[in-house]
Ligand binder design. Structure first.
Ligand code: LMR
Length: 349
């Protein structure tokens, strides 16, 4: 009898232990749910995304698509609010606003980034890449990696490179075919030192104005010309104020998506992953469509007949590059051997 009692007691003890362990697991998993709440999974996040261009441009369309994808991937828990056309800030003001937390995501052109990290001057070297395939190779390879690593040391986290296209030259005075044709003319450029030097080397003048002011400075004749992608030239109506356009493809205008790393770390990892996934999908989409969009804008500009267009031949481009050799001599040491070596590889050297 005593033996039977011991067996029952043993079995009962086992059942109690099993139930306890079971409850223990349940409690743990309940704790896990509570933890998720603590890390903010059931809080709504709003990301303010500021950019300076029109909605119907590569960057404008990409930003809108990105907002849609983030909403879808996070079931609406992360909302991206887009502020296009520089309605909040100019390109340089955006950097300060990002640091203050007044906006959470920006997509500046590389020439704007040069004021914060001079290695980005690399993309301002004239006639650096001949085509979009080379640009893509640079973005996706070591060149891109080194640039993102470098901007991180300046306190910005880069999430992706977005495409626009090659820059073209417009002016209101005369057709520009050879480098000497721009002597004495003035151009609006983005605020990169290498761009100022480029024009000065050719005997022209360069001044900087925020993107939103370009139409007016062209209209008022404060400068004779400007350089930009076809999508920007069309969407902002610059061509209406310019009698001549040279399809020069002299620099590639790309963007880097930047966030403040301190803000980024406040977003739960699961949402960070969804945001990065959305950015990556948009990047691929843009790579396929940016060129088409710019080509479409070219047809629109040429069909108006307002602007006389000259496309530089390969021979003419060589002439320009020869004249602009001092820009390479001056900036290669600043860009540094490591990055220049990787750029050369992309160029096929
Ligand atoms: C500019 O000329 O300022 C633009 O190219 C800006 C942009 O973001 O495209």
């Amino acid at each position: 009898m005593k033996g039977l009692f011991s067996i029952v007691l043993f079995l009962f003890g086992g059942i109690i232990t099993a139930i306890y362990i079971g409850f223990g697991f349940q409690t743990n998993s309940q704790t896990a749910v509570v933890d998720e709440e603590l890390v903010g999974l059931h809080e709504k996040y709003t990301l303010k995304f500021s950019h300076v261009v029109a909605r119907n441009t590569p960057k404008g369309l990409a930003a809108a698509y990105f907002a849609e994808l983030v909403k879808e991937k996070t079931n609406g828990w992360v909302e991206v609010q887009i502020f296009p056309n520089g309605v909040l800030y100019s390109a340089q003001e955006e950097f300060e606003a990002l640091k203050r937390g007044d906006v959470n995501m920006i997509a500046p052109a590389f020439s704007e980034v040069t004021l914060h990290d001079e290695k980005w001057i690399a993309f301002d070297l004239p006639f650096l890449f001949d085509n979009e395939q080379m640009v893509e190779q640079a973005f996706n390879g070591r060149v891109g990696e080194l640039l993102l690593k470098s901007i991180e040391t300046k306190g910005y986290k880069g999430l992706a490179f977005w495409d626009n296209g090659f820059k073209q030259l417009t002016n209101n005075n005369r057709p520009v075919v050879n480098p000497e044709d721009i002597k004495g003319l003035s151009f609006r450029v983005m605020p990169s030192e290498a761009l100022f030097k480029t024009y000065r080397t050719l005997g022209a003048r360069a001044r900087t104005f925020p993107f939103n002011e370009v139409y007016n400075v062209l209209q008022d004749g404060i400068v004779d010309g400007q350089e930009n992608t076809l999508s920007n030239i069309y969407s902002k109506g610059f061509y209406k104020q310019q009698k001549y356009m040279t399809v020069s493809n002299h620099n590639y205008l790309g963007y880097v998506i930047l966030v403040d790393p301190i803000f980024w770390d406040t977003i739960p990892e699961i949402y960070q992953e969804s945001i990065q996934e959305a950015i990556d999908e948009v990047t691929v989409w843009l790579r396929e469509h940016a060129k088409e969009l710019n080509e479409d804008m070219f047809l629109r500009i040429s069909s108006t007949g307002i602007t006389e267009i000259h496309e530089l031949s390969e021979e003419e481009k060589k002439q320009w590059l020869k004249e602009l050799k001092p820009i390479y001599d001056e900036y290669e040491p600043i860009i540094g051997d490591e990055l220049m070596k990787e750029i050369r590889k992309v160029q096929g050297y």
